[in-house]
Design a protein around this ligand. Structure first.
Ligand SMILES: [Zn+2]
Length: 107
């Protein structure tokens, strides 16, 4: 298998059958240029080498695939990883009883 496994890999979705052809199709459509658009609206001019899912990672239709350069694909993956981490429920801290609060109990 050509895919590199890394201990930080969060993506578990397997590549679909025919992914190579799909990737080539996306790259051709996007003229092998990165489709990343920055905050100012200008498109990245780097050579597009990677195919990225725009939305649902399970949706392998050509409309859901776009071309990115290596740099932006990494950036995008990092953002997704952060978003995925953010969706995890936060651990609640055990509530501590304030030491100054002493119940005044009359005997
Ligand atoms: Zn780029």
């Amino acid at each position: 298998m050509p895919w590199q496994e890394s201990p930080t890999a969060w993506r578990t979705t397997p590549r679909p059958q025919g992914w190579k052809a799909l990737r080539a199709q996306a790259l051709d459509r996007d003229d092998h240029q990165c489709t990343w658009v920055d905050e100012e609206g200008s498109r990245c001019t780097a050579q597009g080498t990677d195919a990225d899912h725009i939305g649902d990672a399970q949706d392998h239709s050509i409309d859901n695939i776009r071309t990115l350069c290596r740099t932006h694909h990494r950036k995008r993956t990092a953002l997704q990883a952060r978003a995925a981490r953010g969706q995890q429920p936060k651990r609640k801290r055990d509530s501590e009883t304030h030491p100054g609060l002493i119940s005044h109990r009359r005997q």
